[in-house]
Structures are given as structure tokens and as C-alpha cells.
Design a protein around this ligand. Structure first.
Ligand SMILES: NC(=O)c1ccc[n+]([C@@H]2O[C@H](COP(=O)([O-])OP(=O)(O)OC[C@H]3O[C@@H](n4cnc5c(N)ncnc54)[C@H](O)[C@@H]3O)[C@@H](O)[C@H]2O)c1
Length: 355
């Protein structure tokens, strides 16, 4: 089996959502692997976007655009003529989806439909990795990890948008892609990620780092919620493993879960306490939730399929993932450049995982 550099060096790869959190890490990783990397997304958002902090605009060819506009996206696809498409673009925040359900569904369902349609009309594409979420599963609030063939569905607008995107992916596969020679597409479902450089609202690590860097207490919304924490590089490695398999003729029409091992969990409160310990200062205050919106308490994924079919394994456990994440903010706060810290973490991850 070729390693990641041998697989991706020189490949033309288009990432949608390259200006986001996962997209910025993935753009740097692929460009460091020697891929000819292109991006399509809305301009980076927020005061200190990771995309800008890493200088991704100078490392890859980025196109500003709105995936809800089919003609704009198709034009970029035709111009780039990618071999591999990795679809990350989405309205990715559960709480924002309650406030803006139409925007969320237009982007996550309509935008994904536009992507599939553009891939259908673009002959250069040999592989598509279609990213949705662990929230695409109908949440039964049970203790077992969800398997790829469990029921899809979502009670809240974000989850429903991801379940709908999966259904549309499946119909495009069965109706149009299954018989296309030399082409394969697969969907991937991962859970909450942590990692340096995330400054989104209502996500735990950004909330913690904002509090620590400004000497404010960390206020927790759902202190007892358990999340299957994983470093952003873990699902990204999964996406690259799927892409490699697709490019080698495997995994067409499949879906894969990527998540930490089921014993690799911490509550939100334990995560915050650990961050304070690693930072060397800070205070944690656990509060009752302020709004009535429902957010699932427990959601874990079974990753046996990725382990068996793709030989994929998590590289860093929960403790190491938290360490690396807090170290990212600490080192950048102390004056290291985000680019050097992020590059070093990608290198360490590849070495540890022998990728
Ligand atoms: N971060 C997580 O914990 C997590 C967990 C599960 C699934 N996901 C999924 O992974 C993917 C990437 O997540 P992320 O954390 O990087 O999200 P993010 O919010 O940081 O980035 C989203 C990206 O999508 C782009 N985008 C949004 N609307 C667009 C539009 N209309 N047209 C073009 N581009 C648009 C943004 O510009 C940005 O580049 C998303 O599909 C998300 O739902 C993320």
C-alpha cells in the first residue's frame, strides 16, 4: 500500500470548505504532501480565521464562491478539473442551525446536491469523499456506537440536513455513479473534533481557549455531556484513507465512520479541567444550560468497518489529543507561528501513525 505522500503528491485535489476549520488543516496537509490543491468556499469567517493564520491562500489556489449557486460552482469544477474532490463545505454549527434552518438546509442539502450534480458532469473526477457527520444517525440515546447501516434521521435542523445529504449521496451513487468507469464516491461520518486554531462560537475548545487567553473563567453549558473527543487530524486521516482506497478502485458507494475508540471519552467538565491543568492556570464554572434547545448527550460511532476495510486506526488517544490541542494554543500564545505549530503537529501525527 502506498503511503500518503506517494498517493497524493502531484494529484489535483479540490476541497470545498477549505476556509473552515477542517478545511484549513486539510489544505495544509495535502499541500505539504505535494498535492496540487484547490479550494472552493465562502471567504473565511471570524476575527482570526485559521485559513488566514496559516496563509492557506498562498499555499493552495482558493476560489471564493457560494455552493448554493450551481453555475458558480460548476465553473470552478470545470476550470480546476480535479481528480479528487473532498466535500467539506457546510453550515456546520448545531446552534446556528436552530437560528437559521433555511440557510443550513440550503447549504448542507442544496449545496451538497449542487456538488454531486457538478461531479456528475465533470469527467476528470475519479474520486469523491463526501463528508457529513455522526449526527446523520437517528439518535436513540443508547450506549452503543452507531454502525454505517443504522437508521439515518435527525431531530434538529443540522442533523436532519446531514441525514438528508446522506440520502441524496446514496441516490446519486446508485443512480449515476455506480456504473461510471474509473470513478468511486464514498461518504464519511465523524463526530466532534478538537484541535488548534478553532475559534467558532459555541464549540468547547474555542470557548476554553478564549477564556484561558483572556484570564476569564471557563463557563460550561453542558458539563456532564460526553463527547467522543478526537483530534481533527484523526477524521482527516480517515478522509485521506478513503480517498486512497477510492483512487485504487475500492470503497465505491460505501460509508465510513471515523471516531475515537469507545473508551476514549471524557465529559465536557473533565476536558475543561484537563485544559486548565495543561495551561497551568484558569477556573472552570459549570452552569445549567441557558436555552431549551435539545442537544444529544451521547453519540458514539462504531469504527470497525474503517479498521477492517481501510486499515484505519486512531493515532492519538483522547489524552494526547487534548494535550496537542492545548499545546497549540499555548505555543501560539507564547509567540510561535500557527503555521509552524500546525505543520509540526501534522508531521508528528504522520510519524506516530506511520502514515
Ligand atoms: N468540526 C466538527 O466538530 C465537525 C463534526 C462533524 C461533522 N463536521 C462536518 O465537517 C465539515 C467541515 O467542518 P468544519 O468544522 O471545518 O466547519 P467550518 O464551519 O469551520 O467550515 C465550513 C466551511 O464551509 C464553507 N461554507 C459554508 N457555507 C458555504 C456556502 N454556502 N458555499 C461555500 N462554502 C460554504 C465555509 O466557508 C467553510 O469553509 C462540515 O461538513 C461539518 O458539518 C464537523
Amino acid at each position: 500500500m502506498k503511503n500518503l505522500r506517494e498517493t497524493f503528491a502531484g494529484r489535483r485535489v479540490l476541497i470545498t470548505g477549505d476556509t473552515g476549520f477542517k478545511g484549513s488543516w486539510l489544505s495544509l496537509w495535502l499541500s505539504d504532501l505535494g498535492a496540487e490543491t484547490f479550494g472552493f468556499a465562502l471567504p473565511p469567517e471570524g476575527e482570526t480565521p485559521l485559513f488566514d493564520a496559516l496563509g492557506i491562500g498562498e499555499l493552495i489556489t482558493h476560489h471564493d464562491g457560494d455552493i448554493r449557486n450551481y453555475a458558480d460552482f460548476e465553473l470552478v469544477m470545470k476550470k480546476v478539473a480535479p481528480e479528487l474532490v473532498i466535500h467539506l463545505a457546510a453550515q456546520s454549527l448545531v446552534m446556528r442551525a436552530y437560528k437559521e434552518p433555511k440557510l443550513t438546509i440550503d447549504t448542507n442539502v442544496g449545496g451538497s446536491l449542487n456538488l454531486l450534480e457538478a461531479v456528475r458532469h465533470c469527467d476528470s473526477v475519479k474520486a469523491l469523499v463526501f463528508i457529513t457527520s455522526d449526527k446523520c444517525y437517528r439518535n436513540k440515546e443508547w450506549v452503543w456506537g452507531y454502525r454505517e447501516n443504522d437508521e439515518l434521521g435527525g431531530a434538529d435542523p443540522y442533523s436532519a440536513s446531514k441525514a438528508a445529504a446522506e440520502n441524496i449521496f446514496a441516490t446519486f451513487h446508485d443512480s449515476f455513479f455506480a456504473d461510471r468507469p474509473g470513478f468511486g464516491a464514498a461518504s464519511t461520518r465523524a463526530g466532534n473534533v478538537i484541535g488548534g486554531g478553532d475559534w467558532s462560537e459555541n464549540r468547547i475548545i474555542p470557548d476554553i481557549s478564549r477564556a484561558l487567553t483572556s484570564n476569564h473563567p471557563i463557563i460550561l453549558r453542558s458539563p456532564n455531556a460526553t463527547r467522543p473527543w478526537q483530534h481533527v487530524l484523526e477524521p482527516l486521516s480517515g478522509y485521506l484513507f478513503v480517498a486512497r482506497d477510492l483512487l485504487n478502485g475500492g470503497s465505491a458507494g460505501e460509508s465510513y465512520n471515523f471516531g475515537p475508540d469507545t473508551n476514549s471519552v471524557m465529559t465536557v467538565k473533565e476536558l475543561a479541567d484537563e485544559a486548565v491543568r495543561l495551561w497551568g492556570a484558569g477556573e472552570v464554572i459549570a452552569e445549567a444550560p441557558k436555552n431549551a434547545f435539545h442537544e444529544a448527550n451521547l453519540l458514539q460511532l462504531n469504527t470497525d468497518k474503517a479498521k477492517i476495510n481501510l486499515n484505519w486506526l486512531p493515532v492519538w488517544g483522547v489524552q494526547r489529543s487534548v494535550n496537542e490541542t492545548v499545546a497549540w494554543y499555548r505555543d501560539v500564545y507564547a509567540g510561535d507561528t500557527p503555521l509552524s505549530v500546525t505543520r509540526a503537529q501534522i508531521k508528528a501525527f504522520m510519524k506516530d501513525g506511520e502514515l
